[in-house]
Design a protein around this ligand. Structure first.
Ligand code: 2AL
Length: 246
């Protein structure tokens, strides 16, 4: 099976790291295609970044459809463009925040999230509300590191994340912690050892969920709101989308 893992930001080193984490957890026979949009922000840490990156996500799903893809993963913790992406394919599309929330509730009754910058916390809160997980999440915490600090090998970002996870463990009355950034995909086992709690990371969780859905023969329903978008005229820089659905 072929899974297209879309890093919605345009930092190639992060795409490679996410792809590596996905390949490590994938079953033999699963091919991971890790990609990022050609255009857009190098990191996603605001509503504006998210809005721009969502367009890139839809472009990458359209490219995946030309490349016989079985499932898609949106590897940014805001799950940008998730529902739009689902309209463009009959394969499953899984956001890493969504995947991590589901998995965390299967192994614990309450979890906290440790994300990058405090200002992105509201994005996670909106997702928790939209997906119906608010009452499972005790607290959205931030290590107060910019996303691109995860690309620097000094270990400073990792120390901050571990520190915040330990605080969550002692203060939040939780059973597990969800890591709140795709760029943390390679840190899970180290953090789990340091913190001594189950650490749920969305990229790896999403790979296993995507494999399960494909094995079950389940894809995005084309009945109702996730059917292909209605064909219509697009103007300006999006004129090429006027062919969509035809
Ligand atoms: C993210 C993420 O996962 N990738 C990115 O660029 N921004 N979200 C986050 N809260 O750090």
């Amino acid at each position: 099976m072929k899974i297209r893992v879309i890093n919605p930001n345009t930092t190639i080193s992060m795409t490679e790291k996410i792809g590596e984490a996905a390949r490590k957890i994938a079953s033999p026979g699963t091919v991971i295609v890790a990609v990022n949009p050609k255009s857009g922000p190098v990191s996603i840490e605001s509503h504006f970044d998210e809005a721009i990156s969502a367009v890139g996500v839809t472009e990458e799903v359209r490219a995946g459809e030309r490349d016989t893809t079985d499932a898609y993963i949106i590897a940014c913790f805001g799950d940008p463009g998730l529902l739009a992406a689902r309209e463009l394919t009959s394969g499953p599309v899984i956001g890493i925040a969504e995947a991590a929330f589901h998995v965390a509730t299967l192994i614990s009754t309450r979890f906290s999230i440790v994300t990058t910058l405090g200002r992105t916390g509201i994005i996670a809160e909106h997702l928790l509300q939209n997906y119906g997980f608010s009452h499972h999440c005790r607290k959205v915490r931030a290590a107060e590191i910019p996303v691109l600090a995860l690309e620097d090998d000094s270990g400073a970002a990792l120390s901050r994340i571990v520190e915040e996870c330990l605080r969550a463990k002692t203060e939040d009355n939780i059973g597990s912690i969800v890591l709140g950034c795709g760029g943390m995909a390679d840190l899970t086992s180290y953090i789990q050892k340091e913190v001594g709690l189950p650490i749920v990371e969305g990229v790896t969780a999403a790979v296993k969920l995507a494999e399960s859905l494909v094995s079950l023969g389940l894809g995005t329903s084309k009945h109702g709101d996730l059917a292909s978008p209605r064909p219509k005229l697009f103007n300006g820089q999006f004129a090429h989308l006027s062919h969509l659905g035809r």
